[in-house]
Design a protein around this ligand. Structure first.
Ligand code: GP9
Ligand code: MN
Length: 669
């Protein structure tokens, strides 16, 4: 036994704690748990409260990742705990920042596209709050303590070795009884056993409650996997990351899952049924055969400010004017997930849902899809994608090749004569894109992706033309300012098309890719001058505008029925007279006159009468089922049948993408 009898006072206490086997470990557990709670309280996720069982999962999951430190000698163990603390704190911090922007957690596929983080520099800086510094306070203390004990140890050794020179003869009595030092064998067994016990405890504390959840209210959650927030609600943050690693490994390292005969039949039946509603021959079918098509996918361009004014200035005067001679879909939804811009692109071109995690562009660019550019190329179109940014972003270079575009004009093809935000301003981007298009043969299909209204929405002062009034100096004001600029660029694009003589034989499509990531309700209430319900906010954040201008300005009207990004490809093909009966698409044909059902990636859906918002705990009956006629909550049972259809669609789409099923389905045609 060490003879501590003479050691009293805070220094001695510190030394004893330092030597105690479990003390540092318990402090470590407590710190990481505290940080997980800190993160959780910062999420402001609706419905999610941390219960006692969630606390057990959180502590258990920390034990699962740290049990092995007991296999190390004491100093190694302390160093390992500090390093683990560093890594986990960084993970929590990264998740926090990511959540503030995307409302989601980082996953392996997202990390695979992490090359993009550099470009998000300004956005990231604006998302860090000073209070986040608490996440690293203990690391600093740990470092100071490490240095303190290091120096102390060095001095003690020095003194023991050289008592006279150090002049500290009386330090010698601070001795320990080394004679009773336990044998190596015993030390080893003790270390192994401690680690093992922590592992078993951690395992039981993590998986026990999760198993309980999945046997009760979270049944089917892991099979569906359509929303990471629901998973987090069950597994906690670390559990979510373990599961994400497992899911990724299973998907990419294991063999392809076998499609059962039953699944095959269900899949084929679903697509057959979808065809019946989509493939119709009416007066609009082929009415614009061989027209050129220009599709503009506008960055973070939402629907709530369409037709609205600030002071006496319209936010989107050009869009509003164009609306008079176009088909405007006032209840059009973006259906994106983590893949943001690339998801909007994927869904609009392929008429499939994006994936619950990561971007299809990054994860499965090599799989087979029935996409607009490839189909139109088969029908004699010259096809091009235009985006004045790095060609590798969102893995576009690879994906666009796979989508069969004839050209992909990226940053290197543009003259940087109007620097805004990440790249070239949209006005110059449109002007130069029109020049590039003028070299193409007719008919052509051009897909343009804008960038000037990207988060954090700061425009150079000399091009700010909107007086944002009370919103001046806020990010919401900057957002309005930037969409006002994009709207002006749209006006110039229309003028440019007229000057180039293509206005009368080109279908112009304009839609927003996704929301602006500004989730605080207050500025929307202030801007719209009314208080907003959960339903209002959900629609605001999920609706983007869709405008289709036909060459002769026909069918101009406001269309209120719901629609979504998946509907673009089948609708355009219909107008061109290209049947979609041989394609595997899941969206609606907006011109078929059929009732429409729109499913969002979160599992929310609407048929125009009902609007369902899922609960993060993924329990159907905890979701909110709204009656759109009264805009009041209805009996959730009213949403049950469409809820099942929505989940079926999402899971069919996921299987088609991840298992490369279009290739297989073709062999059955
Ligand atoms: C960059 C642009 C932005 O190329 O597509 O992507 P986002 O951050 O909106 O997904
Ligand atoms: Mn985007």
């Amino acid at each position: 036994m060490p003879s501590h009898s003479r050691d009293r006072g805070p220094r001695a206490l510190l030394t004893r704690l330092y030597r105690a086997r479990f003390f540092a470990y318990i402090v470590f557990l407590f710190l990481i748990f505290y940080k997980l709670v800190l993160l959780h309280n910062n999420l402001h996720a609706r419905y999610i409260d941390m219960s006692r069982l969630d606390d057990v999962i959180a502590i258990g999951s920390v034990m699962l990742i740290s049990f092995w430190v007991f296999w190390l000698p004491r100093r190694g163990r302390l160093a390992a705990l500090w390093i683990l603390d560093l890594i986990l704190s960084f993970l929590i911090f990264a998740d926090l920042i990511y959540y503030r922007y995307f409302g989601d957690f980082i996953t392996i596929p997202v990390l695979l596209q992490a090359g993009q983080v550099g470009e998000l520099g300004d956005s990231i800086r604006s998302l860090i709050h000073p209070s986040d510094l608490w996440l690293c306070a203990d690391l600093l203390l740990g470092l100071i303590a490490g240095i303190f004990f290091g120096i102390r140890r060095w001095r003690l050794r020095h003194t023991l070795r050289n008592p006279l020179r150090s002049g500290s003869l009386y330090t010698q009595p601070r001795t320990y009884s080394y004679s009773k030092k336990p044998s190596w064998g015993r030390v080893l067994v003790r270390r192994l056993a401690s680690g093992l016990i922590i592992f078993i405890l951690g395992f039981a504390m993590t998986l026990g409650p999760i198993r309980h959840y999945t046997k009760t209210w979270a049944a089917g959650l892991f099979e569906g996997g359509w929303w990471n927030i629901s998973l987090y609600n069950v597994t906690g943050l670390l559990g979510f990351h373990y599961y994400d690693v497992y899911r990724y490994a299973k998907e990419h390292l294991g063999g392809k899952p076998e499609l059962s005969a039953e699944d095959q039949q269900e899949l084929q039946q679903w697509f057959e049924q979808a065809k019946l509603g989509r493939v119709v021959s009416n007066e609009t079918f082929g009415a614009y055969r061989d027209s050129n098509i220009i599709v503009v996918q506008a960055e973070a361009f939402m629907n709530f400010m369409i037709g609205k004014k600030i002071g006496d200035q319209e936010i989107t005067p050009n869009f509003n004017r164009l609306m008079q001679e176009s088909m405007y879909y006032s209840n059009f939804y973006h259906q994106t997930g983590q893949g943001r811009t690339s998801d909007a692109d994927f869904s609009s071109q392929s008429s499939l849902h994006p994936l619950p995690t990561g971007s299809v562009f990054v994860r499965f660019p090599d799989h087979k899809y029935d996409v607009l550019p490839s189909i139109l190329k088969d029908y004699g179109y010259e096809t091009g994608a235009f985006h004045a940014y790095e060609s590798s972003f969102w893995n576009r270079l690879n994906m666009y090749k796979a989508m069969n575009y004839d050209h992909f004009y990226s940053q290197a093809d543009y003259k940087m004569d109007e620097a805004i935000g990440w790249s070239l301003g949209d006005k110059s981007f449109f002007r130069q894109s029109l020049e590039l298009m003028s070299k193409e043969t007719h008919p052509f299909y051009s897909f343009l992706i804008t960038l000037s209204s990207h988060h954090p929405y700061t425009l150079p002062a000399n091009i700010q033309e909107l007086d944002t009034g009370d919103f001046k100096g806020t990010i919401f004001g900057d957002y309005l300012q930037s969409v006002h600029y994009v709207d002006a660029a749209l006006g110039e694009l229309v003028e440019g098309m007229k000057q180039q003589g293509i206005w009368d034989d080109t279908i112009l499509v304009f839609y927003g890719d996704h929301d602006n990531s500004l989730q605080d309700k207050e500025p929307y209430e202030q801007f719209l001058g009314k208080s907003l319900t959960g339903l209002d906010m959900s629609q605001i954040m999920n609706q983007v505008p869709l405008l289709i201008h036909l060459p002769d300005g026909q069918h101009a009207a406001v269309y209120d029925e719901p629609a979504g990004q998946l509907d673009m490809a089948p609708s355009l093909l219909h107008l061109l007279g290209i049947t979609t009966k041989n394609y595997y698409m899941m969206g609606n044909n907006l011109l078929s006159g059929q009732e429409r059902f729109v499913v969002l990636r979160s599992g929310a859906f609407t048929d125009g009468k009902l609007y369902y918002i899922p609960s993060p705990d993924s329990r159907f009956d905890n979701g909110s089922c709204y009656d759109l006629a009264t805009r009041k909550l209805a009996d959730v049972e009213k949403c049950r049948i469409p809820y099942e259809e929505a989940n079926k669609r999402l899971s069919i789409s996921d299987r088609v993408i991840t298992e490369d099923l279009i290739k297989w389905l073709r062999t059955k045609d």
